[in-house]
Design a binder for this molecule. Structure first.
Ligand code: 5AD
Ligand code: SF4
Length: 469
């Protein structure tokens, strides 16, 4: 499997070289450097994929621009909720008019939405101006797909139902020089009944720990001090590897990388969160004191219908365990309102969990029916007005809970990773605490990428104003 991945990587590197020459020719004919733009929708996984795709485009000689009026435009799509899909069709309308003015323009679509047969059928039928369509399993083939498109002059569609080998070591660009996302696994096996991810991202596959460590060491040698380990369910990392390893063990290995200062990870499934992981977090100097632990609903009855495989009591007990072991941990979550059959009592259970768990923040979503998932076939869809009213009540309770939590460090001194000069005030810089909250304090560009101790003088709700000590 591993050898196949390496072979494929070298094949792609050769194709990049050939395709680069062709792009150069086109660029000479056009009398300018060709440009690219990637619009990314959805989650951290997609943002990570976009960095890989940008790496290939830059190798080919394309130069990034800030607008979709570019020679190569790629929409990296999301389909987790219906409105993510609608946005893509909106963008396509604009792109069609840009393409009329630019004969060199190539429009490409990839990502989760492309893994849906109905979507692709619609694109083939009504969006013939799209040049390239590919999915989530073959992003490393971008250069090959461009080459095929340039040779054939027809819409190129390349979609795989599931992944083959994991292809390592292709070029990638990073948005930030000092922090980076690292895939540790792909796909999801949980089949929560509302969720389309297992169908569009395929079965769970973990990367080999050595490959992950090697990638992070390389990043650190290039100046990265913070990594975010990415997976749909990091807590089940490594279980299917030939030599199984747990996520807690992986974290311990990552911790040992010299020069790396901070480790984050996303997302944790409550059913797989182990005591070992809590112990490793508690004893670590590098793992950030933040846990994103999606609850989805507080009603055990609904959790069962959602196929989440934990109860309200189990979840709250976990939260308790985490807060006891790591008192300053900040906890965030995802919540869905309006899952089929949700009653007022179910909803009140969710409110109860929010009050008891005291989240620092929560991402709240209105249930969206995804074709092909078990929940889409469930009767008793909740009326829109009821969902909207509950959603607003939930927002109010979440706001109360975050207001209680976020100001708690006022007056303390804490380490901040500086991310950039403040957009509102050029005499200030902006950074993040270990618990992910933002801090603004007086400083200059030289501080970007460094860790500094800052006194958190004033809490402003979702951020602090501080001063370097
Ligand atoms: N409707 C609403 N929210 C959803 N999520 C996943 N699927 C759906 C859906 N069909 C939310 C979950 C998940 C987050 C990434 O998106 O809360 O944790
Ligand atoms: Fe979707 Fe559940 Fe997998 Fe998360 S764990 S990606 S919500 S199926």
């Amino acid at each position: 499997m591993k050898e196949q991945g390496q072979l494929e990587a070298s094949r792609q590197l050769e194709i990049i070289e050939q395709c680069k020459k062709r792009i150069q020719q086109i660029s000479e004919e056009a009398g300018r450097t060709l440009t690219y733009h990637i619009s990314t929708f959805g989650c951290q996984m997609n943002f990570k994929d976009s960095e890989k795709l940008a790496g290939i485009l830059e190798q080919l000689g394309y130069q990034e621009v800030d607008s979709e009026q570019a020679d190569f435009v790629l929409l990296n799509t999301c389909t987790v909720r219906e409105n993510a899909n609608l946005k893509v069709y909106g963008h396509l309308g604009m792109l069609k008019s840009y393409k009329k003015k630019n004969p060199h323009m190539i429009i490409a679509l990839c990502g989760c939405m492309m893994q849906e047969e109905l979507v692709v059928a619609k694109l083939k039928e009504s969006y013939r101006f799209v040049d390239i369509i590919f999915g989530t399993h073959n992003i490393y083939k971008l250069a090959e797909l461009i080459q095929t498109r340039l040779e054939s002059d027809r819409m190129v569609v390349d979609l795989w139902k599931d992944a083959k080998e994991i292809v390592e070591d292709l070029p990638s660009v990073r948005k930030y020089s000092f922090k980076a996302g690292v895939n540790i696994m792909f796909g999801c096996n949980n089949f929560c009944s509302y969720c389309i991810v297992p169908y569009v991202r395929g079965r769970e596959r973990s990367r080999e720990p050595e490959d992950i460590i090697h990638e992070i060491e390389q990043m650190v040698s290039e100046g990265v001090v913070e990594v975010m380990l990415l997976g749909q369910n990091v807590n089940s990392y490594g279980k299917t590897l030939e030599q199984p390893i747990s996520f807690a063990e992986l974290l311990q290995k990552v911790e040992q990388i010299e020069g790396l200062k901070r480790i984050r990870f996303m997302t944790s499934h409550p059913k797989d969160l182990s005591d070992d992981l809590i112990a490793v977090m508690k004893n670590s100097k590098k793992i950030c004191k933040h846990m994103h632990l999606p609850v989805q609903s507080g009603s055990t009855r609904l959790l069962e219908k959602m196929n989440r495989r934990y109860t309200k009591e189990h979840y709250l007990a976990l939260v308790d365990k985490l807060k006891t072991a790591i008192p300053d941990i900040s906890l965030t979550t995802d919540i869905i309102v309006g899952f089929p059959g949700e009653t007022e009592e179910d909803f009140l259970e969710t409110i109860d969990v929010v009050r008891k768990a005291e989240y620092d923040s929560a991402y709240t979503f209105i249930y969206s029916k995804r074709t092909g998932t078990p929940a889409a076939a469930m009767e008793e869809q909740v009326p829109e007005e009821v969902v909207k009213e509950r959603f607003q009540r939930l927002l109010d309770v979440v706001a109360e809970s975050s207001a209680k939590r976020t100001g708690r460090l006022e007056g303390e001194t804490a380490e901040v990773l500086v991310e950039g000069v403040s957009e509102q005030d050029a005499s200030m810089v902006t950074g993040r605490l270990s618990n992910n909250l933002l801090v603004h304090f007086p400083g200059t560009e030289e501080l970007v990428g460094s860790l500094v101790m800052v006194k958190l003088e004033e809490s402003k709700g979702f951020y602090y104003i501080g001063a370097k000590v």
